[in-house]
Design a protein around this ligand. Structure first.
Ligand code: HEM
Length: 244
């Protein structure tokens, strides 16, 4: 399968001076909510975590209320769905694995919380997978040869979808993103490429919310180490000065 590739210009959080592009994370959350959440859970993320994306406490509470989570009716004790609270975690789209498989050609849509960590080069992988659907009949290998010509026995069976970035080459998820599937509040054009970058950035944040802080801490540690090294050098000089 193909190595994942970065979008043009890369991501704001990449490199030693990386920063979150908060507007992008908000757009990515919108893509998750309006597209991916139909099939994929986000088990490790609670609504209150969205405060890190620049939302106020009131906005987080209001956003949580737009989701339904499993609850219990306080009078009858029956299982019901209720609007989420900020302290709730994102709900699962399917009642159980059997329901998930039944709806997806026997494949379970994996939880996305840690996906960008679970896969090699995960951020680029998610971006590449979402933008990488191709027609297997015309797909050319690195050698320039057509996949179909080189491997005539290769087939994408009914109900599966060819994607050269997926290790198995065929997967149960159809291309989930179509142009203008969402309408961005900040006026950004909702192209397939843009939405794929945005949701890949959002899923990088869900997998490692402390990524930017980690890099900033690294700079302080390097500065401190340099300072201690200089001190040690002066101390050594002073200590050995009497020994000619
Ligand atoms: C698999 C992302 C929308 C169904 C995956 C994988 C990723 C992913 C990263 C895992 C590939 C791997 O295991 O390496 C996304 C994103 C979405 C989205 C970011 C929104 C933009 C959807 C939707 C559906 C769906 C709407 C259902 C209609 C599945 C299924 C699999 C899968 C069934 C398992 C495929 C297999 O193992 O053959 N998705 N997905 N996904 N997704 Fe999605």
């Amino acid at each position: 399968h193909l190595e994942a590739r970065a979008p043009e210009g890369g991501f704001a959080f990449e490199g030693p001076l990386g920063r979150w592009d908060v507007a992008q994370l908000q757009r990515g959350y919108q893509v998750y909510k309006e597209v991916c959440s139909a099939c994929h859970s986000l088990n490790h993320v609670a609504f209150r975590d969205l405060a890190q994306l620049g939302y106020s406490e009131a906005q987080v509470k209001a956003e949580a209320l737009t989701w339904n989570v499993p609850g219990v009716d306080p009078t009858t004790g029956e299982a019901v769905m209720r609007p989420a609270l900020a302290t709730d975690y994102f709900p699962r789209p399917y009642a159980n694995d059997i329901a998930a498989r039944a709806a997806n050609r026997n494949a379970i849509p994996p939880d996305l919380s840690l996906m960008t960590k679970a896969r090699h080069n995960g951020t680029h992988y998610v971006y590449s997978l979402l933008t990488g659907y191709r027609d297997p009949a015309t797909f050319a290998l690195a050698s320039g040869e057509r996949l179909a010509a080189e491997f005539p026995e290769f087939e994408t069976t009914d109900g599966l979808h060819f994607n050269p970035y997926f290790p198995n080459l065929n997967l149960a998820m159809a291309a989930p993103i179509t142009a203008n599937a969402v309408t961005y509040a900040d006026g950004t054009e909702a192209s397939v490429d843009q939405m794929s970058q945005d949701v890949a950035a959002f899923l990088t944040w869900t997998a490692e919310p402390t990524l930017v802080k980690r890099k900033q801490t690294g700079w302080w540690i390097m500065l401190f180490t340099l300072f201690v090294t200089v001190l040690a050098w002066f101390a050594k000089n002073q200590l050995w000065a009497p020994v000619k």
